[in-house]
Design a protein around this ligand. Structure first.
Ligand SMILES: [Zn+2]
Length: 233
């Protein structure tokens, strides 16, 4: 994330997370590997002597938090460390004012809450739409197959809606509510629930053989559910 840009920014204070021990040139305190050091006119300074010890370290990784913390901090420093493997300085994070970090954290939290609420509302809308769709589907089945048991009408509608749940848009939904599509859904249900279809598949028949074998039974059930006399076979 724009590492180069930050390092090239001449106004930005750079602090080194040191890879070997050093000594502050002003207070002469020892600085251990991993501690922060500021170079001032080629002199190493500890953060106290550099007047940066009121800042807190924010490791890189959270872009939104970093952006906000930098924005609210009147003073910040970029922390870099030399990577021996890559032979270059790599950005470790920022030093920012504590109240800036707190404010940034609060804002990010609020955003998260807002996003969570939006997700909840979207889920509620989807659930309501789905319920509506199941109800419509079911009433259309009831029109076409008035003698089908009510719980089976419900089961068919719910299954069809589960299958269709990945589908987007009203066009696809409307297509599924056409009589032809409805009948396919009912037919599939009957095949699985009222015939030996699954059994035949388990016995190794292929789908077309198994379908042909149970065709008559399916038609009988459909005719009964339609409320018309059974067709002759
Ligand atoms: Zn010092």
């Amino acid at each position: 994330m724009n590492q180069g840009q930050s390092r090239n920014n001449p106004d930005e204070i750079v602090v080194f997370s040191i890879v070997r021990n050093s000594t502050c040139s002003e207070c002469e305190s020892e600085l251990w590997r991993g501690e922060f050091l500021r170079m001032e006119k080629d002199r190493p300074l500890c953060l106290s002597c550099a007047d940066l010890d009121h800042l807190v370290f924010l490791p890189r990784g959270n872009t939104a938090l970093t952006r906000r913390a930098r924005k609210y901090s009147s003073l910040h420093a970029v922390v870099v460390r030399f990577s021996r493997a890559r032979k270059r300085y790599e950005r470790q994070g920022l030093l920012v004012e504590e109240q800036a970090l707190t404010r940034a954290e609060e804002e990010c939290l609020k955003d998260e809450e807002a996003r969570a609420r939006a997700r909840e509302r979207a889920a509620e809308r989807r659930a309501a739409a789905n319920e509506q769709y199941v109800a419509t589907f079911r009433s259309r089945i009831a029109e076409l197959f008035p003698n089908a048991p009510s719980e089976e009408q419900a089961a068919i509608a719910e299954r069809a809606c589960r299958v269709g749940s990945g589908r987007v848009g009203r066009t696809a939904a409307a297509k599924e509510l056409e009589p032809g599509a409805l009948e396919l859904a009912v037919r599939a249900h009957v095949r699985h629930q009222h015939t030996r279809y699954d059994e035949l598949l388990a016995q190794g028949l292929d789908r077309s053989e198994a379908r042909a074998a149970v065709q008559g039974e399916v038609e009988e059930v459909l005719a009964r559910w339609r409320g018309r006399p059974c067709r002759e076979r």
